[in-house]
Design a protein around this ligand. Structure first.
Ligand code: C2E
Ligand code: MG
Ligand code: MG
Ligand code: MG
Length: 279
């Protein structure tokens, strides 16, 4: 049986089978979209000023028919290697915009973009097409990019960022602080939102240095007129410190893990009533 062999090779120890397993997974990923194995989960970004959901981040999920759920940290790099991330990314954009069009108007949707999508032609067109097909206002779409987007060929990729901005979408810098030159990217492109990486949030209550860095990033955002969002908020103490610092929004297990699309409206309603206070 094909499937039996697949499992066997994937779990076999040793370098060769690991490589083979990856190759099988890569091939499976190419078929995953057509087979309906992909879905989106959504995680709320709480607006600290209103205490309500400000946005939902779309996070791609793959349930492999034999191996079960596979983490995006594992399969996104494979999709990038083969270029399959381009159609997958277009699908994510399309589905995320369709979903957001059914939510209350004040709630936006945030979509992760891969650097590979920037290097291929057609990203701006794909975003435009998703907005058009869903009828979603461009201002209700935020695109999250990591700094690796601007690592090569800066001029071309900057032009794409500006073209996206001209459509009226917001651009967020994801995982801020983890790369080599987060600061110089803030100088190169005027982002709308800075998402402070969760490694800083996890450490800020224990480590005075980290706390000072988070505070400084929030203040930097304020000086630049850029909103700041804290990733990986897991407890009340973190939320309270971040709010006191003037951070605009928070995302993390304290409020909710990512949930299936079918549960989004109920979640928005629950968090809208309870607000941040319930967390
Ligand atoms: P990300 O964009 O930084 O997304 C946030 C990740 O942190 C998500 O992991 C989320 O489940 C996790 N997270 C949220 N709150 C907490 C918390 O309180 N504690 C901890 N420990 N983790 C938390 P996920 O869904 O596994 O996604 C991992 C990464 O995969 C994403 O990081 C993003 O870089 C990438 N990814 C996911 N979906 C897509 C996609 O559609 N396209 C692209 N290009 N990348 C994607
Ligand atoms: Mg993200
Ligand atoms: Mg992130
Ligand atoms: Mg990340």
């Amino acid at each position: 049986k094909d499937e039996g062999r697949g499992i066997c090779r994937y779990y076999e120890p040793g370098m060769d089978s690991l490589v083979q397993g990856k190759q099988l997974l890569r091939a499976d990923l190419r078929k995953a979209l057509g087979r309906g194995e992909l879905s989106l989960a959504f995680q709320p970004l709480m607006n600290f000023a209103t205490g309500r959901v400000g946005a939902m981040e779309a996070l791609l999920r793959w349930t492999h028919p034999q191996h079960g759920p596979i983490s995006p940290d594992e399969f996104i790099p494979l999709a990038e290697e083969t270029g399959v991330i381009v159609p997958l990314g277009a699908w994510v954009l399309h589905e995320a915009c369709l979903a957001a069009a059914t939510w209350p108007e004040e709630i936006t949707v945030s979509v992760n973009l891969s650097p590979v999508q920037f290097r291929r032609h057609g990203l701006v067109e794909a975003v435009e097409a998703s907005l058009k097909a869903s009828g979603l206002e461009a201002s209700r779409l935020q695109l999250e990019v990591t700094e690796t987007v601007l690592m090569q060929n800066v001029a071309d990729e900057l032009e794409v960022l500006h073209a996206l901005r001209r459509l009226g979408v917001r651009i967020a810098m994801d995982d801020f602080g983890t790369g080599y030159s987060s600061l110089s990217y803030l100088r190169t492109f005027p982002f709308d939102n800075i998402k402070i990486d969760r490694s800083f949030i996890a450490d800020m209550s224990r480590n005075a240095q980290t706390n000072a860095i988070v505070r400084a990033v929030v203040e930097l955002g304020q000086s630049l007129g850029v909103t700041t969002t804290a990733e990986g908020v897991e407890n009340r103490q973190q939320m309270q410190e971040l709010r006191a610092m003037g951070c605009h929004a928070g995302q993390g297990f304290l409020f909710s893990p990512p949930v299936p699309g079918s549960e989004v409206l109920a979640l928005i309603e629950r968090l809208g009533t309870e607000g941040c206070a319930a967390a």
